[in-house]
Ligand binder design. Structure first.
Ligand code: GUN
Ligand code: ZN
Length: 632
């Protein structure tokens, strides 16, 4: 079972059930070697909070402890109560040449020693393998996964994704592994890419796999144990890492940081206060101290990432981390410059986040949130008709439209931006250093011209102002009330698409916050239509608002359709579980406000979507929509 609890970019925080155990992802499985326990599994749990470990069946079979493990099982011998993931021996084949273990033998052996997650003997594909070789290895790997699935019935099974450097083979592998019934999707053959700092190929390999895999199972980046890479790879949707690196590096006196690796003996002062480093000089650091430090850094980064996902700041974190090395930064630049990747990520990136959008450099302009905002502005928004347009070039947030005027801001990131949308995410929550040259950001001239030519017929006159105070009617505007109805209309359009503004009719009353001057609630006569959420300017419909949205938005817009057996529960206000979803609008994005309907398009509730359309179709477990209101 794998269930999304929180998310950001393609990253997700999930509850992952493995047999009787539960693990939170993103997470890392620390590699335990039966003969060389620099750190014991108990210490991993007690000191670092490790929830899952990984060990190698091939190494166990050749270990001094083999007999004991075969007899008592790994859990007992390792003194470990959580899930144990076993690898098959594939990697040893790659790193030490020939391995003498067969595909059936490794499966039988992994079962025998009590594995919870079993890996078939996949064929490690090297970047240098030609197409023919890579394709053959892929076919053989697929056969082995399918054969293993027949016999692995009470444990989880890993589906390794091979394909070498050929992205079309990677896509094919991901598609086939997705259909194989595997429980964990492990992107394999990537260690050589990481070793040679070919992060761009690493990103391509992971993205192509992600784009072709079902969404409802954890994705593991096989052999990725350097914390420098974690934030970027979780951003792409990797759920699990594994680390032998903490120990291998320690043997070499290499010291991990989130910005790369240092040689302990080259450091003059340890840049860390973890218990392993505290009070020590670099020359005091024994192998075990370095391994412990490496683990502290590793787990700290996993926790930092999980917090960033909850906060909605994973892009900010990843954009900081990728600056650690030009090869990593280059890979990130290529990722966000790739339209296909950004379009894919946009489907998963929440429509609203708990924290502000921090600009960290021009790369931030290529985030999915910016791509989406620009797309929605051009596809969903139309200006009001018959008002004079005032284009304010400088960034003046107090310029507000009145009944006779319409202010358009020249936003440094979003270009021509109707001022009435300034409270909405991401427009009002984007923070750009004031001294960043505007010329480096959006192309203002082009953006103004595009806006004017697109909407010429809407405005009797346009005024292009360098300052708000240049408006001749300035003093008149000061006296004229702000047109908040325009704000409601435009935010509805932006949030739900054209047509949603039709829900404002009748005896409209607006509640404006005395403290902030911001719109709070919209009433029609005595009935509440909806609330405007203070943090992000989103419209949260009340019953009347939801009913009116149903008639204003043509089916299937913003609807989640639930199966008949779930209808009574939703009406009572219970959340919608994904297994009961029978249809949904493909335009829905995580954290959107949606209409919950039955199969005959009767409104039965409203709620906040946790999953997008594709996820609702793939997931069989967990909450798809957190119900806000149930209508009986
Ligand atoms: N460990 C690191 N890479 C791989 C891989 O491609 N396959 C397996 N089974 N284990 C690995
Ligand atoms: Zn340390």
């Amino acid at each position: 079972m794998f269930e999304i609890k929180a998310r950001d970019a393609c990253a997700r925080i999930c509850d992952w059930k493995i047999g009787k155990y539960k693990v939170m992802t993103p997470n890392i499985a620390i590699v335990v070697n039966p003969d060389k326990q620099i750190v014991t599994p108990r210490e991993l749990k007690d000191i670092f909070g490790a929830e899952i470990i990984i060990t190698n069946a091939y190494i166990i079979r050749n270990s001094k402890k083999a007999k004991q493990i075969e007899k008592e099982g790994m859990h007992k011998v390792y003194d470990w109560e959580g899930p144990i993931y076993t690898d098959s021996g594939t990697f040893q084949m790659y790193s030490h040449g020939s391995v003498k273990i067969g595909p059936e033998e490794t499966i039988a052996y992994q079962k025998k020693i009590g594995s919870d997650i079993i890996t078939p003997l996949d064929l490690f594909t090297l970047p240098k393998d030609n197409h023919e070789v890579a394709e053959q290895k892929l076919k053989d790997t697929m056969l082995r996964i399918c054969e293993a699935r027949e016999s692995v019935t009470s444990q989880d099974l890993v589906g390794p994704i091979q394909g070498g450097r050929f992205l079309e083979l990677r896509a094919e592998a991901a598609g086939a592994v997705g259909k194989s019934g595997a429980d964990v999707f492990a992107v394999g053959g990537i260690v050589p890419l990481m070793e040679r700092y070919d992060f761009s190929k690493l990103i391509d390999t992971i993205m192509v796999a992600k784009m072709n895999l079902p969404l409802n199972k954890p994705v593991h980046a096989f052999g990725c144990g350097h914390p420098m890479l974690f934030s970027l790879l979780t951003l792409l949707g990797v759920d699990l890492f594994d680390s032998a690196a903490y120990a291998l590096y320690a043997e070499d006196r290499r010291y991990m940081t989130v910005n790369g690796t240092l040689k302990v003996d080259d450091i003059s002062e340890l840049p860390c206060n973890c218990p392993a480093c505290s009070g020590k000089k670099p020359s005091d650091m024994k192998m075990r101290d370095i391994a412990m430090h490496n683990l502290y850094v590793t787990f700290q980064e996993i926790k930092t990432i999980r917090q960033a996902i909850v906060d909605g700041t994973l892009f900010e974190l990843a954009e900081m981390r990728v600056r650690a090395h030009p090869a990593l930064f280059d890979a990130y630049l290529k990722l966000v410059a790739n339209k296909e990747y950004v379009e894919f990520m946009e489907k998963f990136d929440p429509v609203t986040k708990g924290r502000a959008f921090f600009y960290t450099g021009s790369v931030s302009l290529d985030r999915p949130a910016v791509f989406r905002a620009e797309k929605r502005l051009s596809e969903r928004y139309v200006p009001p008709k018959g008002r004079n347009g005032y284009i304010v070039r400088s960034f003046e947030r107090f310029a507000k439209s009145t009944k006779s005027s319409h202010f358009i801001m020249m936003d440094t990131i979003y270009g021509a931006l109707p001022s009435e949308l300034l409270n909405m995410y991401p427009f009002g929550q984007t923070i750009v250093p004031s001294s960043v040259s505007k010329d480096l950001l959006c192309d203002s001239e082009k953006s103004i011209n595009d806006y004017i030519s697109a909407y010429k017929s809407y405005y009797p006159k346009f005024h292009i102002l360098s300052k708000y105070k240049d408006v001749k009617e300035f003093s008149d505007f000061e006296k004229t009330p702000v047109d908040h109805v325009l704000e409601v209309r435009s935010l509805l359009m932006y949030q739900y698409g054209r047509g949603a503004e039709k829900i404002i009719f009748g005896d409209i009353k607006l509640e404006i916050s005395k403290k902030t001057g911001r719109l709070r609630r919209i009433y029609i006569g005595p009935d509440i239509l909806g609330t405007i959420r203070a943090e992000d300017g989103f419209f949260i419909p009340a019953k009347l608002g939801a009913e009116r949205l149903m008639s204003a938005l043509p089916k299937p817009a913003y609807r989640v359709v639930v199966a008949d057996d779930a209808v009574p529960f939703v009406r009572e206000g219970k959340s919608v579980f994904s297994k009961f979803v029978i249809g949904a609008d493909t335009a829905i994005r995580p954290y959107d406000e949606v209409l919950i309907v039955d199969s005959l398009d009767n409104l039965i509730g409203t709620g906040k979507c946790i999953l997008n359309h594709d996820e609702m179709m793939d997931f069989k477990e967990g909450v798809a929509v957190k119900t806000r209101l149930g209508f009986s």
